[in-house]
Design a protein around this ligand. Structure first.
Ligand code: SF4
Ligand code: SF4
Length: 214
């Protein structure tokens, strides 16, 4: 399953973000950040205890089923009084949940987490990035393996000079992305694709701010 992967912000950064916010409502997420143990019931409870020890008043807590869903605003209506009493909502979800909350409520929102990437759980508790949504997908020519996220340097036209016995020069514990791509194309009898030149990336293909219309 694909998830939005998050980690806790450093304590000093969170303390700075919460300066002047003495009453806080804490919102967690029952989906991605529950899975990554950064914003589920247990983490929200621990955060409430930590903030209380730091002298903050926690007006209430809620773990939304899916924080980035528009229904989160409806769910939060039940906590209207607590939220009104708060200086800010501390959101323990990925940036999608933080932005969804900010768009729907006239209340300061503070993210408790940093959003790292969209990842797939390959083993219990182990997540790997699968796509950075670069706007020009080339995996049809690389055997379904994405060099943009698999190669440490994001190289799209073959390996750098550091490949060592099939291992990456930056992390010798992992296979070089281009060794994997070569082996895969060899297996598929499509090695001729290695000769295909990938043009310089056109950043217009990944519009920023991102938009899409039918
Ligand atoms: S090339 Fe890689 S990062 Fe770009 S869209 Fe395809 S899978 Fe995603
Ligand atoms: S060794 Fe391979 S994976 Fe590592 S940076 Fe060079 S090309 Fe990329």
């Amino acid at each position: 399953m694909i998830r939005s992967i998050t980690q806790f912000k450093p304590d000093e950064e969170l303390d700075r973000l919460l300066e002047g916010c003495n009453r806080l409502f804490i919102l967690g997420c029952g989906t991605c950040s529950t899975l990554t143990k950064t914003g589920g019931e247990a983490e929200v409870k621990t955060m409430a205890q930590t903030l209380t020890q730091k002298g903050k008043a926690v007006t209430g807590t809620f773990v939304a089923p899916v924080a980035c869903d528009n229904l989160t605003a409806e769910s939060l209506e039940h906590f209207g009084k607590m939220i009104n009493l708060s200086d800010a909502i501390l959101v323990m979800s990925c940036a999608y949940g933080v932005q969804t909350t900010a768009r729907q409520l006239s209340k300061m929102v503070v993210p408790a987490l940093d959003t790292l990437f969209i990842g797939k759980e390959d083993a219990c508790g182990s997540f790997n990035e699968v796509c950075t949504q670069c706007g020009r997908c080339i995996i049809g020519e690389t055997g379904g393996i994405c060099p943009v996220i698999t190669c440490h340097k994001g190289l799209v036209n073959g390996p750098c000079g550091g490949t060592d016995n099939g291992k990456c020069e930056i992390d010798k514990n992992i296979d070089c992305a281009w060794t994997r791509i070569y082996n895969r194309l060899d297996e598929l009898e499509k090695l001729d694709l290695m000769k295909r030149y990938q043009a310089l990336r056109n950043h217009n293909s990944a519009p920023s701010p991102g938009y899409y219309t039918l």
